[in-house]
Design a protein around this ligand. Structure first.
Ligand code: FE2
Length: 167
């Protein structure tokens, strides 16, 4: 029997997977097995927003940059939120692990609560404007490297909810 580290380093698994999935949407040449154990990778500030912390789950490396899978959690109270923007992505979902966040999608306000999942069609204008102190969501995007563009506002944004420790 091999160790999980040996399986992770096994290039033949990647090669077989590339051949096996050839022609399927989302397929690609790099397909390393990845196992990221709970608590072994840290949260850090290497993400799009300085008011969030990000924990990479290893999928970007395992897929050679095809798919990003990370956890995003609140780090500072909401002030101005993300602003109106859109991403040059082919695929984008958010799954709320804990707490809640309020988004504008086009001109609709959506309270995304624990257990909720949002699929964002490529190019949709959106704005994350409020979130709870315990907010944490899983975000899956493809590809890993993408452009985020500011867009014209679709409508006015409600004020964020102060956190309990705020004056
Ligand atoms: Fe976004």
């Amino acid at each position: 029997m091999r160790s999980i580290e040996e399986v992770e380093a096994d290039q033949s698994i990647s090669d077989f997977s590339a051949e096996y999935s050839k022609g399927l949407p989302g397929a690609g040449p790099i397909n390393m097995f990845s196992y990221v154990k709970h608590g072994t990778t840290p949260y850090g500030d290497r993400g799009l927003r300085d008011f969030f912390l990000y924990r990479d789950l290893g999928v970007a490396k395992a897929t050679g940059g095809r798919i990003l899978c990370h956890l995003v959690k609140a780090n500072m109270a909401p002030e101005y939120g993300t602003g109106w923007h859109r991403h040059q992505l082919g695929f984008h979902i958010v799954y709320m692990v804990s707490g809640w966040a309020k988004f504008m999608y086009s001109n609709a306000s959506v309270h995304v609560g624990q257990g909720d999942c949002v699929y964002m069609p490529p190019g949709i204008s959106h704005y994350l404007y409020d979130y709870s102190p315990d907010m944490e969501f899983l975000e899956i995007e493809s590809p890993v490297e993408s452009l985020t563009e500011d867009v014209e506002p679709c409508c006015d944004i409600p004020h964020p909810t102060p956190w309990p420790n705020q004056a």
